[in-house]
Write a protein that binds this ligand. Structure first.
Ligand SMILES: Cc1cc2nc3c(=O)[nH]c(=O)nc-3n(C[C@H](O)[C@H](O)[C@H](O)COP(=O)(O)OP(=O)(O)OC[C@H]3O[C@@H](n4cnc5c(N)ncnc54)[C@H](O)[C@@H]3O)c2cc1C
Length: 311
């Protein structure tokens, strides 16, 4: 199956699918609602600081992803973070940038509807004047399941796996301190109702020196309970708990929080990807195989290979 393909979502799953399709000779456009690529493999930059506020590290177990990570490390786009796992360098978003090299990207476009026209698939987007895109021979939907479901429904598709998949939300707090002794080493996984993970972000390889920075993830239960709080409220509450857990009482020089509504997969679709060959439409993402970067990669890579295999 060659021709023109639209990939919706430039996270690791969408990028892996797009690379497979391009490798098979397809003409591919990758749409994403964000300005950048990488999805939840994200790095926030503010006030001269940077934080990996989404995925913290990744591991590589399967042969395919091991080869990808080795190439990424050799190229300077990732490095081992102590014994914890790999991280993107100089930030987690470097991984998406490396994976997107050579792809045709359409940033800042939120796809809202898929229409099956006589000449192929056309996409409606929230931005612009309401005109549909040009026609595509096929579509890959590579966004979290709760966001994929309405898109696929607009195309008349109701895959039961999509409804089965569930995500936990996560509040992520970012904080920086000047001139302190870091009390926790690389990371801490406290047994606590509010905080499930603390990373010394500045201890990751390739980060600029200076401030000691932390990324703190709230537990799924706490995040659910406080999901509709403002970022300022969430940050203030998590800071108080962070101070108790670490003993660090100094006032942070930077404090912010980010809400991930769809952070970690709690229940998968139970299939590596979904694909309707007759209608030339597929869906992939971490929600197919599990809450890990490698699972998202495997899902997208597998879908891309399945489509390319029908050429
Ligand atoms: C807080 C947190 C901590 C994590 N920690 C780890 C960890 O330590 N290790 C690990 O392996 N994994 C971790 N993960 C999980 C990992 O980040 C994900 O499994 C993986 O990045 C998912 O990739 P994806 O391509 O499936 O989805 P995403 O990365 O979510 O990509 C989907 C893309 O689709 C775009 N999009 C959505 N809707 C639309 C639309 N309508 N139109 C256009 N674009 C759209 C989004 O902007 C996004 O770029 C963590 C995730 C979070 C949030």
């Amino acid at each position: 199956m060659t021709g023109r393909w639209a990939v919706i979502g430039a996270g690791i799953a969408g990028l892996a699918a797009a690379r497979r399709l391009v490798g098979a000779g397809c003409d591919v456009s990758v749409f994403d609602k964000s300005r950048g690529v990488g999805g939840r493999m994200a790095t926030r930059r503010a006030e001269g600081l940077q934080f990996d506020h989404g995925a913290q590290f990744f591991t590589a177990r399967g042969d395919g992803f091991v080869r990808e990570v080795e190439a990424l490390v050799a190229d300077g786009g990732a490095a081992a973070w102590g014994e914890v796992g790999y991280v993107g360098t100089p930030g987690m978003s470097a991984v998406g940038r490396a994976f997107s090299r050579g792809l045709s990207l359409v940033p800042s476009r939120t796809v809202t509807r898929l229409d099956r026209a006589a000449d192929g698939w056309r996409l409606a987007t929230a931005e612009g004047d309401g005109t549909m895109t040009e026609a595509f021979d096929g579509v890959v939907v590579a966004v979290p399941a709760p966001q994929a479901k309405p898109l696929l429904a607009s195309a008349g598709i109701d895959w039961s796996g999509i409804s089965r998949a569930r995500y936990a939300p996560c509040w992520a707090m970012m904080l920086a301190f000047a001139g302190i002794e870091n009390p926790i080493g690389l990371s801490l996984k406290p047994t606590d109702e509010a905080i499930g993970w603390i990373a010394t972000d500045s201890s990751k390889p390739g980060r600029a020196g200076g401030a000691t920075t932390y990324v703190v993830h709230a537990t799924p239960a706490w995040s659910r309970q406080h999901l509709e709080r403002t970022p300022e409220e969430a940050a203030a509450m998590l800071l108080a708990r962070f101070q108790v857990l670490t003993g660090l009482q100094a006032a942070p020089s930077y404090l912010a929080a980010h809400r991930w509504r769809f952070a970690l997969v709690e229940q998968t679709a139970g299939a590596p990807f979904l694909y309707d060959e007759a209608r030339a439409i597929g869906a992939c993402g971490d929600w197919c195989l599990g809450a890990r970067v490698e699972a998202a990669f495997d899902s997208g890579d597998g879908l891309g290979a399945a489509i390319a295999g029908r050429a």
